[in-house]
Design a protein around this ligand. Structure first.
Ligand SMILES: Cc1cc2nc3c(=O)[nH]c(=O)nc-3n(C[C@H](O)[C@H](O)[C@H](O)COP(=O)(O)OP(=O)(O)OC[C@H]3O[C@@H](n4cnc5c(N)ncnc54)[C@H](O)[C@@H]3O)c2cc1C
Length: 411
């Protein structure tokens, strides 16, 4: 009798990209939630025929060679309304529009309201009017579902495809496809780690119970009151009216602990893709430290007036060609990988594992999200106070002091 196939021997060896689920010819693999809320593939051995394809598409355990960065830019979308709706400079939207206009398809992450539960999942979009759903960062692991199969289907029909996601999802897709496709362009976000979808949903539920509301949407980074980490919570109140509340994300337990890298999937802390070499054709992220690295941009560049500046790393010849097709919609300024990486440590190494992560994840297992909320309230009082005080300082004063600080650092 053949030995049973093993997908991973410890949880650190699986990033949950779903390549194995997509390749299985017998649909014998499903994603199952573990005790801590993270999703892992599980084989139904009654259906498994031991073909071993699942093992061959695991990039996480057998890394393909990554790409060296060829070009680096600071950039933003020329359409200010798009920038305002995006997490940083609205680069993804310019890319997506370009592909959709040519009749292609775009895959990205949407926060779907499924029977009252907010579910982050990859979605296929074919018209520009649907792009809104994919805009903005959802700081939680998305469910890839069977979108790799859909991508393959599109490509086999000669349709141009843009697939966006975390670096591990891009690597998973490429390994699943098993051969290069000329009409596929891959775009990865710089990623410092993902919490589980279950924890995010439990956080939402906790908020609903505490405030006696029903949340129908959650935008992590809302720019209606300017740039920053402001979250927009849309909900139905107890009288049945729809309202929304904009709150500093840094005092919301889930978002704050996410930013502190304390609630990620275990393998994120040893992520092999958190480095200078990249998986996708193009990498996009926030250009933290833009004004520090490009001080003259303050006076000369249109970028200084936008509501967010992105960094763009172009990693393949296909990526260079694609950027040329999109540059009509973008404001671009040449930059350097070293300048960008200085402020974005995920381009050098994974997020560091802090001992508080174990405490939090075990509390979650024992007491549910309530345990996390309680820990956050008790242990981050000063942090919250600081954030609340910062929030009281007018935006203009904050920006001036940030500029002074960056001049001070340069000297
Ligand atoms: C979990 C996560 C961690 C991140 N960490 C960093 C970081 O450490 N440093 C940094 O510079 N930038 C990080 N980013 C990227 C940043 O927040 C912006 O998403 C990026 O700059 C693109 O912005 P945009 O304005 O061009 O497009 P937007 O419209 O804001 O972004 C949309 C794009 O993000 C993708 N996306 C959204 N949510 C997810 C998700 N859950 N999983 C996979 N893809 C998603 C969509 O598919 C789409 O491609 C992170 C994003 C996520 C989702």
């Amino acid at each position: 009798m053949n030995k049973k196939i093993i997908l991973f021997s410890n949880e650190n060896e699986c990033c949950g990209c779903s390549a194995c689920l997509n390749i299985c010819p017998k649909n014998a693999i499903t994603m199952e939630v573990d005790d801590f809320g993270f999703e892992f593939p599980k084989i139904n051995y009654d259906l498994c025929v031991n073909c071993g394809l699942c093992n061959t598409v695991c990039d996480y355990q057998d890394l393909e060679e990554l790409n060296s960065v060829k070009m680096a830019y600071a950039g933003a979308n020329k359409d200010i309304d798009v920038v305002k709706k995006s997490a940083s400079g609205g680069i993804f939207s310019a890319f997506a529009k370009n592909v959709l206009t040519r009749g292609g398809t775009v895959y990205g992450v949407s926060l779907e309201n499924v029977d009252g539960i907010l579910v982050p999942k990859h979605k296929r979009v074919i018209v520009i009017s649907e792009l809104d759903k994919l805009r903005g960062s959802k700081y939680v692991q998305s469910s890839v579902g069977i979108t790799y199969k859909e991508v393959k289907n599109d490509l086999e029909q000669g349709i141009e495809v843009l697939f966006s996601g975390t670096p591990c999802q891009i690597a998973g897709l490429k390994k699943f496809l098993r051969k290069p496709y000329e009409r596929l362009i891959t775009v990865e976000i710089i990623c410092h780690g993902v919490p589980s979808s279950k924890m995010f949903q439990d956080f939402i539920r906790e908020l609903e119970v505490k405030c006696d509301i029903k949340i129908n949407d959650f935008k992590f980074r809302d720019k209606s009151k300017g740039q920053g980490m402001m979250s927009n919570i849309s909900y139905k109140n107890k009288n049945g009216n729809y309202e929304n509340k904009i709150k500093n994300g840094k005092v919301i337990s889930y978002f704050s602990l996410f930013l502190k890298s304390l609630i990620y999937r275990e393998n994120c802390y040893t992520c092999p893709y958190a480095q200078e070499k990249r998986s996708a054709d193009i990498t996009i992220g926030d250009y933290w430290g833009f004004h520090e690295e490009h001080p003259s941009a303050e006076k000369t560049s249109e970028l200084s007036n936008t509501n967010g500046v992105s960094c763009i790393l172009v990693n393949t010849d296909k990526g260079i060609h694609f950027m040329n097709q999109c540059d009509n919609d973008l404001i671009l300024m040449p930059s350097e990988l070293s300048k960008i990486a200085k402020h974005n440590e995920q381009l050098s190494h994974p997020s560091r594992l802090d001992e508080k992560r174990d405490i939090l994840i075990n509390l979650y297992n024992r007491d549910g999200y309530e345990g996390i909320e309680k820990y956050y309230k008790e242990n981050y009082k000063l942090d919250r106070l600081k954030q609340n005080i910062i929030n009281l300082i007018p935006k203009k004063t904050r920006r001036i002091s940030q500029k002074m600080l960056s001049v001070f650092r340069r000297n």
